[in-house]
Design a protein around this ligand. Structure first.
Ligand SMILES: *Cc1c(COP(=O)(O)O)cnc(C)c1O
Length: 220
């Protein structure tokens, strides 16, 4: 199936209030334009450099999401390019976001990334660190928290549901409280292999790479 067909099929399959983010890492400008022509306007990249290059080459009505780990020295390149950063994972990064975005009079929209499976190979804060980062976010002027993001451990349906529902519980718990600078609107969980389960468990945004563009080839 073509990229256009893949995109439209997934879109047809999901509720209207769930955002389909097309994850375009490693994909060419031509491939991204195919999804764009099918109506896609939100694309996710995991590297700042790649996001910047594609930002320059593609239509300006695209909303770019950064979904990969963000190094502090790259933050400055994102101002005016990024719509939503999914990977706030430390107070040090938060401080750099505040510094760079406020210096240009801009606001950084972010999700707090939680390492819900406590995997040593993954970035993201632990649930125990959540209150501290929230307090730090409340003190910012140029960073707004829009929700939470997680990538879950590889596993079967039962295991996926456990991690997704844990994320949903944390999300709803925070939603009930009232904070400065923090609004729980986006729960970014679910990828190609598990997005249906993620939606059943409460996802509001799914991040789909291979399901839209076909198998990734990192050696291209
Ligand atoms: C690559 C990537 C995705 C998309 O993965 P697929 O399995 O291709 O859908 C989603 N989220 C993150 C953080 C990624 O790096």
């Amino acid at each position: 199936m073509s990229i256009e067909e893949n995109y439209l099929n997934i879109l047809k399959d999901i509720p209207k209030d769930v955002t389909l983010l097309a994850v375009s890492k490693t994909r060419s400008v031509e491939e991204i334009l195919e999804a764009y022509n099918a109506g896609a306007r939100e694309f996710g990249e995991n590297k700042v450099q790649e996001l910047s290059e594609k930002f320059e080459q593609l239509p300006k009505d695209i909303k770019w999401h950064l979904i990969g780990h963000l190094q502090r020295n790259k933050v400055k390149y994102l101002v005016d390019k990024v719509h939503l950063i999914h990977s706030l994972d430390s107070i040090k990064l938060l401080e750099e976001l505040e510094k760079q975005f406020s210096s240009k009079d801009r606001v950084a929209n972010v999700l707090i990334q939680i390492n819900i499976g406590k995997e040593t190979t993954k970035t993201g804060i632990s649930v125990e660190e959540l209150e501290d980062i929230i307090s730090a976010c409340e003190k910012c002027n140029s960073v707004k928290v829009r929700g939470l993001m997680a990538t879950i451990p590889i596993g079967g349906e039962e295991s996926c549901r456990v991690y997704f529902s844990e994320m949903k519980k944390i999300f709803e718990g925070l939603k009930k409280r009232s904070f400065k600078n923090i609004n729980m609107e986006v729960l970014s969980i679910g990828m190609t292999g598990d997005y249906k389960l993620a939606i059943e468990e409460g996802s509001t945004l799914i991040r789909i790479g291979e399901g839209v563009f076909g198998k990734r080839n990192y050696n291209k």
